[in-house]
Design a protein around this ligand. Structure first.
Ligand SMILES: NC(=O)c1ccc[n+]([C@@H]2O[C@H](COP(=O)([O-])OP(=O)(O)OC[C@H]3O[C@@H](n4cnc5c(N)ncnc54)[C@H](O)[C@@H]3O)[C@@H](O)[C@H]2O)c1
Ligand SMILES: O=P(O)(O)OC[C@H](O)CO
Length: 335
């Protein structure tokens, strides 16, 4: 097995390390030649996870054609909103039976497509060759070798099992699932809910508020998931609850941190500037998740509130008042 990890951000770098540790021959593609050179010569990625020593067997290149040559597994590690443009360049160089594995947790804003749908549309590859890797996986903890589980979802169960083996290490434990939709909805929606948790924490609210947002965030994620064909069990698992808890609770989460800055009073521009170029997917996906929910007539009040704060100029105080001022209702409802 040979893997090409396309994208040398935090998660692409951590996943490349996992693959090498799992015994899979791996090359990582970085946009910038200096970054590829540093990985090859110093075994560090100076821009992301710079305190982590990468395995000597990991090779890097800034040439996507070289990275994709002979790859059985193509790992798509660029952010959601740039996946389509990158895929257009990669497609002619992807092998005819290669598996494509999406790492991105977002919904394309211009089309409302999930990442596996973007991959299928751009590459023309059949669904049974497209997989998603998602779960409670903060990149730095995984790169440190802290134990974590994940989900590898593919409609072709046997391909998911092959991929499971390529990504399995003593610290990183993938489970297979055939519910690609549920995994992608869970991964995209949790970033928006993590922004909401960050905002609440930045305002100064404690654990009751966070638990409320996580739980009600799960409720609206399940409503959306069911409307678009997900299995509820998937959203109760690692790709749903698991990732929601990790992202909403951890100061390592870029989405939660972004939200916390807004809750502390920063403007969107200030919060964006403080990311140092690291992507907080929920900032864009709050709009696409909300639009997808509207399309399917699914109420997602927390997602709506995050969208209004991030993109409609609503103040955090008004968003909180409006959430708490909604009509009383039973806990479990599907309308
Ligand atoms: N960091 C994590 O802990 C983590 C864990 C699981 C999933 N993810 C998901 O993985 C995806 C990638 O996140 P990340 O953490 O690696 O992001 P990052 O911010 O650390 O790095 C993003 C990478 O994408 C590159 N990039 C940015 N714009 C690009 C463009 N237009 N074309 C090509 N490359 C571009 C950057 O140069 C960088 O290499 C996201 O969807 C994220 O939600 C991240
Ligand atoms: O740092 P975040 O907020 O992008 O979250 C990282 C991962 O998705 C956690 O599983």
């Amino acid at each position: 097995m040979r893997a090409a990890v396309m994208g040398a951000g935090s998660w692409g770098t951590a996943v490349a390390k996992v693959l090498v540790d799992a015994g899979t021959e791996t090359v990582i593609w970085a946009r910038r030649a200096e970054l590829a050179d540093a990985i090859n010569s110093e075994h560090v990625n100076p821009n992301y996870l710079s305190d982590i020593t990468l395995p000597g067997e990991l090779t890097a290149t800034s040439d996507p054609v070289e990275a994709l040559s002979g790859a059985d597994i193509v790992v798509c590690g660029v952010p959601s909103q740039s996946l389509r443009e990158n895929l257009k360049q990669w497609t002619p160089h992807i092998g005819s039976d290669a598996s494509l594995v999406s790492l991105a947790k977002g919904i394309e804003t211009s089309t409302l497509l999930r990442m596996s749908e973007v991959i299928a549309e751009v590459t023309g590859v059949a669904d049974d060759r497209i997989a998603v890797l998602t779960g409670p996986n903060l990149a730095h903890e995984v790169a440190e070798g802290q134990p974590a589980a994940t989900v590898i979802a593919c409609t072709d169960e046997s391909r998911a099992v092959t991929l499971q083996s390529a990504f399995s290490t003593r610290y990183f434990r993938p489970y297979t699932n055939t519910d690609v939709i549920g995994c992608e909805i869970g991964g995209s929606a949790k970033n928006v809910i993590a922004l909401a948790c960050g905002i609440a924490s930045g305002v100064g609210f404690g654990q009751n508020t966070l638990a409320t947002i996580i739980t009600r965030g799960l409720a609206e994620t399940i409503r959306l998931g069911v409307a678009v064909g997900a299995e509820i069990e998937t959203l109760a698992g690692l790709a749903g609850v698991g990732d929601l808890v990790a992202t909403c609770s951890s100061p390592l989460s870029r989405n939660r941190t972004f939200g916390a800055r807004l809750g502390e009073g920063a403007t969107m521009a200030e919060a964006q500037a403080a990311t140092n170029g690291q992507v907080a997917e929920g900032v864009k996906s709050c709009s696409s998740v909300r639009a997808l929910a509207e399309k399917h007539q699914v109420p997602m009040p927390l997602t709506d509130a995050v969208h209004k704060v991030c993109h409609d100029g609503q103040s955090v105080a008004d968003a909180i008042n409006s959430l708490l001022g909604r009509r009383a209702k039973p806990e479990i409802y599907r309308d």
